[in-house]
Design a protein around this ligand. Sequence first.
Ligand code: MLT
Length: 344
Amino acid sequence: MRHARFRPFALLAALALAVSACSGGTGSGSEAPEGSSGGGDAGGYPDGSITFVVPFAAGGPTDTVTRLVAEPMSAELGQQIVVQNVEGAGGTVAAGEVATAEPDGYTVLMHHIGMSTAPTLYPDLPYDPLVDYKTIGLVTEVPMTIIARKDFEPTTLEELVAYVTENADTVTYANAGIGAASHLCGLLFQSAIGVTVTEVPYDGTGPALTDLVGGQVDFMCDQTTNTTGQIEAGEVKAYAVTTPERVESLPDLPTTAEAGLPEVEVGVWHGLYVPAETPDEVVQALSDALKIALADQNVIDELAKLGAAPVPEDQATPEGLTEKLESQIELWRPIIEEAGVTAS
Ligand code: MLT
């Protein structure tokens, strides 16, 4: 697996869309610790179960990564980690809840690239990603794939572009809300081909993919951690991967650059956050556990099967995630502002 770079194109600036945020409900899941090796010198932390808040639906890519990493973190910290899905508004509902949670290390947010785009996309965002949290560390880099329902007419990316252009008024694109990775990739695609299609928002790309397989929507762009199984099983049609290099687990899938759309290049990064007033020792305990989890062979193997990889150890740190977040906010702000994309 090669790490995906995240490099949206200025071409996006040509696109002007007014879009509405979606709302969502909740879901839950849990991981039980396999064993305990203690939580380190953090004033007795943790002495109870920890909740990992996922801002999208259960069964989707963010949920998958969270559950995978939560298991070895739970073993390392010696406490259960409960996974809670708090969907809605492209991940901003969950992020807002964690910003105002008790700053005690028992409520942790797993979020992705959307943490960096929300401040620009949402004029009334009730939190500041750079002020209201402490960062624990970067977690993964995940490529995306452009896919369609399996009986969708186009068979190559070139044909998809032609088809969408000719049928823009009827084609539907699934996303996971404004600021979700699927939404951002869709913006890049539409900007690149100069066409706007009808977007269908979901609480996550888990349910979106179910509808795509069922033929209720036409196409989408989503992380390999959600799409690999369906691509391999032939349940969806796959056109391209959105990273500069092919993904080892899907070797036959061309890159968007190879297939003629180099503008659609995007990778999804994930990170862990806690409320800003959380003690530094607690942050350190979580960060240490994250590093151990990312070195876990099962985590590495499972991510590789899904086309993804843990970040290098030096990025699985508070500094690593802060640096990523700051640079991505700066990267996206002018593009989104110029494109006139807002959630209202
Ligand atoms: C996204 O589009 O941002 C993700 O696929 C959301 C999810 O985890 O469902």
